[in-house]
Design a protein around this ligand. Structure first.
Ligand code: NAI
Ligand code: MG
Length: 498
């Protein structure tokens, strides 16, 4: 109870049943716009993690799932995709209530995520092994691509259901079973979403959801001996920790971590488009995206003119209730993130950067008690400063001038991350050359923040391991078996390798 208002109480989904945490405890999940709790989430621990991984392992090795043909698995995925459309609005409303991102964005995301289930549903029965023209006489050799096993998918709070789809759809298409662990800040939408999985007819235990905090329940999932693979999206630091612990069991990992992506504007760019691209890179989603274009590299000859245009545009951004379609910048998702952003604003100032816009908590009346930060643009930033090197994950842009193409590349690549980059130019030659030389898993030219189920997404350098989306990435959930069948009538000399 909270001031007489009943909070929505959720349960976890393990082995096809709605269950409480073994501890019987719950923790509150906040509404970032109101700055207060709205739901109660089960506080899972090691015992729940064990229960969920065992349920997933049982479903992997017995019952209907391993007997299903790939076509049948694909049909289930497509049925799930069909169920998403009518529920997309409701799911988006829950996401907005829980993470404060704009309804305009989240409703588009929840509708679009169905495409991952259609796409990987279609791909499920197109994973073919090969017959090898083997060099041994009287021998038949072929390969099979088999599911890697139980997958633990750990999800962050910024786009819970979309980032779930990026992992869940290929894992199921590959024949794996899955334990999902949503962020402690945004567990509700996934707990609602699994109802659709149940409705689609996936056998019990194929998909499980355990909730709780990273150290309590996330790490036991990673370390569980029956876990074969960990698919993670989140912070650089947690990603490294999970990688270390997964290594002890020689588990496979795929990791999508943060970034410090450069958005590079040349003097030959269409400047009004570039302004919009830079805005979408850093102020959309309140900057809480891994692909945020948090460093604006702008050619010195147009620096002052471009910053002036950018500030003028950013000033008009409407803040307030994320459910309103008028709102352009919503609140920050949680108090630690809110404090982190304000800390980085202080760090930037102390390093000698100048706030050309914003640089404080937003106290506009339409922001109420929510966790809002003013869209912030720092000029006078050197690439060696912490504000240019470290991920803020908020609406804070660092502007860094450059002279020519070589310097743009040198500065652009001079960070530990390599998730994405933007290039704004009208020169085709420059567009190709920059795309080749930028150390980033995604390069956008004259656009920013485009993603698709068809196109691989992931990080260079410390931004990650592996890719999500696109055909090839299904291999992240498969392992290859080589089968040898002798047709010889007699086993030859047993003391000699063949
Ligand atoms: P986090 O990386 O700690 O959390 C992501 C997920 O990992 C959550 O589900 C969390 O419960 C889980 N987790 C945390 N510690 C764990 C552990 N020891 N073992 C297993 N699972 C664990 O990120 P957090 O604290 O929510 O945000 C911190 C920073 O991470 C942000 O300021 C931002 O810079 C970055 N971030 C990056 C995201 C991305 O899309 N790349 C998404 C969210 C945050
Ligand atoms: Mg919340």
């Amino acid at each position: 109870m909270d001031g007489g208002v009943e909070l929505t109480k959720y349960r976890m989904w393990i082995g096809g049943e709605w269950v409480e945490a073994a501890s019987g405890e719950h923790f509150p999940s906040d509404n970032p716009f109101l700055g207060k709790p709205w739901a109660l989430i089960p506080k899972g621990g090691a015992e729940d993690a064990d229960r969920a991984v065992r349920a997933a392992h049982r479903a992997l090795t017995s019952g209907p799932w391993p007997k299903m043909t790939a076509s049948q698995r694909g049909a289930l995925l497509r049925r799930l995709a069909d169920l998403i459309g009518p529920e997309a609005t409701r799911l988006a409303q829950i996401e907005v209530r829980d993470n404060g991102k704009l309804y305009a964005e989240m409703s588009a995301q929840t509708a679009y995520m169905a495409q991952w289930y259609y796409y990987f549903g279609g791909l499920a029965d197109k994973i073919e092994g090969s017959v090898i023209p083997i060099d041994k006489p009287d021998t038949f050799n072929y390969t099979r691509h088999e599911p890697i096993g139980v997958v633990v998918a750990i999800i962050p709070w910024n786009s819970p259901l979309l980032l779930t789809a990026w992992k869940l759809a290929p894992a199921l298409a590959a024949g794996c079973t899955v334990v999902l662990k949503p962020s402690e800040y945004t567990s509700a939408s996934l707990l609602e979403f699994v109802r659709l999985i149940e409705q689609a007819g996936f056998p019990p235990g194929v998909v499980n959801v355990v909730t709780g905090f990273g150290a309590d329940v996330g790490m036991p999932l990673v370390e569980h001996p029956l876990t074969a693979k960990v698919a993670f999206t989140g912070s650089d630091r947690t990603g490294q920790l999970i990688y270390q612990h997964a290594a002890k069991g020689l588990k496979r990992v795929s990791m999508e971590l943060g970034g410090k992506s450069p958005n590079i504007v040349f003097d030959d760019a269409e400047l009004d488009n570039a302004v919009k691209g830079v805005i979408s890179g850093i102020f959309a989603a309140t900057g809480q995206t891994c692909i945020a274009g948090s460093r604006l590299l702008v050619q010195r000859s147009i620096h002052d003119q471009f910053v002036e245009k950018l500030v003028a545009f950013a000033k008009t951004a409407r803040m307030g209730d994320p459910m309103s379609l008028e709102t352009q910048v919503g609140p920050v998702t949680n108090p630690p993130q809110f404090r982190k952003i304000l800390d980085y604003i202080d760090i930037a100032r102390n390093e000698g950067a100048t706030a050309a816009l914003g640089g404080a908590r937003a106290t506009r009346p339409e922001c109420g008690q929510g966790w809002f930060v003013e869209p912030t643009i720092f000029t006078g930033v050197k690439n060696s400063m912490r504000i240019a090197q470290e991920e803020v994950f908020g609406p804070v842009l660092s502007v860094i001038p450059f002279e020519d193409d070589d310097e743009a590349i040198a500065i652009g690549n001079d960070v530990v991350f390599g998730l994405a980059a933007g290039v704004w130019t009208q020169s085709m030659r420059r567009a190709f050359r920059m795309s080749e030389r930028l150390q980033a898993g995604t390069v956008w030219v004259n656009t920013y923040r485009a993603v698709s189920y068809l196109s691989p997404f992931g990080g260079y350098k410390r931004s990650g391991i592996g890719r999500e989306s696109g055909q090839e990435m299904i291999q992240e959930y498969l392992q290859t078996k080589s089968v040898w069948i002798s047709l010889a009538t007699e086993v030859p000399n047993p003391f000699v390798i063949r």
